[in-house]
Design a protein around this ligand. Structure first.
Ligand code: TXA
Ligand code: MG
Length: 332
């Protein structure tokens, strides 16, 4: 509760210099802060301080085998955190940074093992959100930040989502609604002549990646890397209410619907969440997690999520829906 006794979250303002300074102070003292990015909100800590990073794992209930993305203000800072930055990574960075792309490259020794879950590579990203940028420039340290949701659950696209997920236990900088609303595309760049590997589809499409660096392999095709990226876990981004992609599996009572446009038989559904009435996939992505959360709070027996066209950012939307519908829980 805030000091006036209301349930209004005492969010830190992302638009006031005082807010940025306050958040920076908490981070420099080894604390954890919810921060906005253009994809989803992150739960940030000093990436160079293993104790601070451990707090993020504990708050999220995240298994220690799942590495965190490190956020930096610019390409030059990313290069300092890599033991080498292959030419393909540089091309991708120059085209898509600042923006919703994470590059997984060989890590520099200064990155603590807890950040990369003991892996020899680190995921690096330069966020475009002006509040994330202002904060990174104020703190002058790299920020490790997973999405700011309890492990395996739906990602947050507003400061209020973060506040309610952690019941006020984490200070949150308010930067408004996330423009993309779906996580960054994660690409591993081996740098040994092998093609880059798409570990997680996201806001930057596969086509856009291939336009920039030629062939990009899909991680599903790459059995050699185990486990390449825990974001590939079968069950993730999940609602508590069962979510089905196959309408045959639906129970009869109090159903919710999620999809582009509108359902064919609207009378079957107690709640309908149209991701984009005009069928725009970018708009759909930005509404996805908010719509999943509203359906989850509506006391439904089940949700039917209709897949969207698998092009552009539609691939990332379908990926999140598939994982949210998977029955197998993530192994700890
Ligand atoms: O848009 C985003 O990426 C958001 C914002 C806050 O930046 N962050 C985010 O973090 O989605 P998280 O932790 O929820 O997802 C990060 C994904 C996971 O699938 C993780 O396994 C993968 O990136 N990842 C991070 N570092 C990695 C590494 N060194 N090797 C392989 N995969 C890595
Ligand atoms: Mg996540």
């Amino acid at each position: 509760m805030s000091p006036d006794g209301s349930m209004r979250p005492p969010l830190i303002s992302g638009t006031e210099p005082d807010g940025i300074r306050q958040a920076a102070r908490i981070l420099l003292e080894g604390g954890v802060v919810g921060i906005p990015t253009e994809t989803v909100y992150g739960l940030a800590a000093n990436a160079l301080d293993p104790n601070a990073v451990a707090k993020v794992f504990a708050l999220k209930g995240r298994p220690r085998f799942d590495p965190l993305i490190v956020h930096v203000p610019a390409l030059a800072s990313a290069v300092e955190l890599a033991s080498r930055f292959p030419v393909q990574a540089r091309r991708l960075a120059e085209r898509f940074w600042p923006g919703p792309l994470t590059l997984v490259v060989d890590k520099a020794p200064c990155i603590p093992d807890i950040v990369t879950a003991g892996l020899p590579r680190v995921g690096l990203r330069v966020p475009a959100h002006p509040v994330a940028q202002a904060l990174l420039q104020e703190v002058r340290i790299p920020l490790a930040a997973p999405s700011a949701n309890p492990f395996g659950k739906t990602s947050p696209t507003s400061a209020h989502h973060v506040w309610s997920d952690f019941q006020g236990r984490v200070p949150v900088v308010d930067g408004g609604l996330c423009a993309h609303g779906i996580e960054s595309t994660v690409v591993l760049v081996p740098g040994d002549g092998a093609p880059p590997l798409l570990l997680r589809p996201g806001a930057v499409s596969l086509d856009a990646l291939q336009d920039t660096v030629g062939t990009v392999l899909l991680a599903d095709h790459e059995q050699a890397l185990r486990p390449p990226s825990p974001g590939m876990l079968a069950r993730h981004y999940a609602t508590d209410t069962p979510l089905h992609l196959d309408p045959q599996e639906l129970p009869g009572q109090r159903l919710g619907w999620l999809g582009l446009g509108l359902p064919e038989s609207p009378e079957r559904f107690a709640v309908i969440e149209s991701l984009s009435p005009r069928g725009d996939l970018l708009e759909a992505a930005s509404n996805l997690f908010g719509a999943m959360r509203r359906l989850d709070a509506a006391g439904l027996e089940a949700i039917w999520a209709e897949s969207v066209p698998d092009s552009g950012i539609g691939r990332a939307i379908n990926d999140r829906l598939r994982r949210a519908s998977a029955r197998t829980a993530p192994s700890p």
